[in-house]
Write a protein of this length. Structure first.
Length: 564
């Protein structure tokens, strides 16, 4: 660690000297040795006023403003008292010490007395932000203790002090048990929205928190190694830095990273390939492997976050990250979405599920759906939505809602659906009608080929659930009913535990894909033509897939990606 510091020349009382000091004349202090420690105790005032004495009861500890850690000193001059707070520290004779602290307020002084040589002090005329005062002193031949102090000035308002450091040889009193963290490394910006930028960095071992700076101004304090800076202007470049903090103080700033926000109405950055594997990610723990998004197998091209929540406003949706998933904060989750974008994946928010109660059945609820869905896209970086309403939907108003959302999100909107088999038996059904109504903005319909029992195929014959024929003959209804081949995917469970019924081995899924796209590996039903543009396959869920050792995605993913 580079312990080199700067010091100001000691100001006197004469106005001319005060003016010179205000110019910030500095000189390099001698560098401390490798074995040097901070001999000040309770340097960050995290233990209140322990080890410190303040004149006339002038000092107190506050939680805001603070520079590092959770607390700082506030000292208030009154009458003839300049609110001096001091501490005696153990030092080593004939040694050089660097004294520094962060201060805020008018006429805040920092100094050392009883040095045995020349006592020193430095000060600042004041300001509304934190400033660092730094000086140095040398101890005399027989000096074993020195008094360090800070004080304000008569008739001035309160001043604040934090992160006091006296670096030099251990004088026998030991060091502050906590040392200032090193500067964070690895700062990176994820995919920006028009109003936010997700940031992540490498954790610092002895840090208890981090400060985030935007263009030099502190904008956030977080506990984890990631954050999202919000409230930004679209299409604007920003410079970001972070520092690590603990009870001893704040580290130097990290190297800066520059990020530019997206243009307005451009919430995400995910992409969908010609042939795509879709997986639902569980925002809850139901016995399957608990995953963070970063753990989702790389074979998945579209990740559907399950599920959005309803609010008391009809049609309106929100998202609540479940603590059971294990994220330290929402910023970590958003950073994972950004990382998936960087890997070329799309992340959508699934609406509904088996127990979903979201209802869009009026103009007002359609608008509420579109507005809230787009807000979540902007906030989290979702690329779109997945419609998985298993308790019915109104094609008229859901169409209006999706049209309004598309108008807001623009051409990058990823729109997926996961109807049950019964919902796609006829083009007169509300789900099928919705899909056809939004065909020009629809990405893929991944029908659920499970929990249904036997169903009719496009040739009018009944096919048993769990067979190649079941998958191909029911897909044929969609392919011949008006959807483009690129809008059709096969939705199946990832394991026997993923659904009540309908699980098929990955080899059966692959045979159905070959049958539809190439006309090979068919069962008794063979479509009249092939559909080489078939989008791919979907599974419930990435978590159940992981529980089974990712056997499903390891087998089906390569097949999907090798389709013609």
């Amino acid at each position: 660690m580079d312990r080199a510091r700067h010091r100001r020349y000691r100001p006197g009382l004469a106005l001319a000297v005060v003016a010179a000091a205000s110019l910030g004349v500095t000189a390099l202090a001698a560098p401390a040795q490798a074995a040097d420690v901070n001999v000040a105790k309770n340097a960050g005032f995290e233990s209140d006023l322990s080890n410190w004495t303040c004149t006339a009861g002038s000092g107190s500890v506050v939680t805001s403003p603070v520079h590092g850690g959770a607390k700082a000193l506030k000292a208030t001059p009154s009458g003839q008292d300049n609110a001096k707070c001091s501490q005696t520290v153990a030092v080593k004779p004939n040694s050089t010490y660097t004294l520094s602290s962060w201060v805020q307020g008018s006429y805040a002084y920092l100094g050392a007395s009883g040095t045995g040589t020349t006592d020193v002090s430095t000060w600042t005329p004041g300001g509304s932000s934190w400033q660092q005062l730094t000086t140095s002193f040398k101890t005399g031949a027989s000096t074993t203790s020195v008094t360090i102090y800070t004080h304000g000035w008569y008739g001035q308002s309160a001043y604040y002090v934090d992160d006091v450091n006296v670096f030099g040889p251990d004088g026998g009193g030991g060091s502050d048990p906590v040392v200032i963290p090193a500067a964070p490394t690895g700062l990176a910006a994820g995919t920006a929205t028009s109003t936010s930028v997700p940031l992540s960095w490498s954790p610092v071992s002895n840090a208890t928190g981090y400060n985030v700076y935007r263009d030099g101004t502190k904008v956030a304090a977080v506990t984890g190694a990631s954050a999202e800076v919000t409230g930004l202007t679209a299409n604007t470049s920003y410079s970001f830095q972070v520092t690590a903090t603990n009870a001893a103080g704040e580290s130097p700033k990290s190297a800066a990273v520059t990020a530019k926000t997206a243009t307005a109405g451009d919430p995400g950055g995910g992409t969908v390939p010609k042939h795509a594997l879709t997986g639902y990610w569980q925002n809850f723990n139901n016995g399957a492997t608990v995953q963070k998004l970063r753990d989702v197998q790389s074979q998945y091209d579209i990740i559907a976050v399950s599920f959005a929540d309803a609010t008391t406003t009809p049609g309106q949706i929100t998202f609540n990250l479940d603590p059971a998933v294990g994220y330290a904060n929402v910023g970590d989750f958003k950073a994972d979405i950004a990382a998936k974008h960087a890997a070329g994946k799309a992340v959508v928010l699934s609406v509904g599920g088996e127990k979903g109660t979201i209802s869009v059945n009026s103009d007002a609820s359609a608008t509420a759906f579109a507005d809230s869905a787009y807000k979540l896209m902007q906030e989290y970086g979702f690329d779109g939505v997945d419609i998985d309403l298993e308790n019915g939907l109104n094609s008229t108003y859901m169409t209006k809602a999706l049209r309004q959302l598309a108008a807001k999100a623009g051409g990058k909107l990823v729109l997926t659906m996961a109807p049950q088999t019964i919902d796609m038996q006829s083009t007169s059904g509300e789900y099928f009608k919705t899909a056809l109504n939004v065909k020009d903005i629809l990405t893929v319909v991944n029908m659920q080929y499970y929990n249904s029992g036997s169903m009719l195929g496009c040739d009018g014959k009944v096919y048993s659930q769990g067979s190649v024929d079941f998958l191909t003959a029911l897909a044929c209804i969609q392919l011949e009913g008006g959807l483009d081949a690129s809008q059709v995917g096969l939705g199946v469970p990832a394991s026997t535990r993923g659904a009540g019924s309908g699980y098929v081995a990955p080899s059966v899924v692959n045979s159905a894909l070959d049958c539809l796209a190439r006309g090979t590996s068919c069962g008794s039903f063979k479509p009249a033509k092939t559909y080489p543009g078939l989008r791919g396959a979907m599974t419930w869920s990435t978590n159940w897939d992981a529980t089974a050792g990712n056997a499903w995605s390891n087998a089906v993913g390569p097949k999907v990606h090798s389709l013609p």
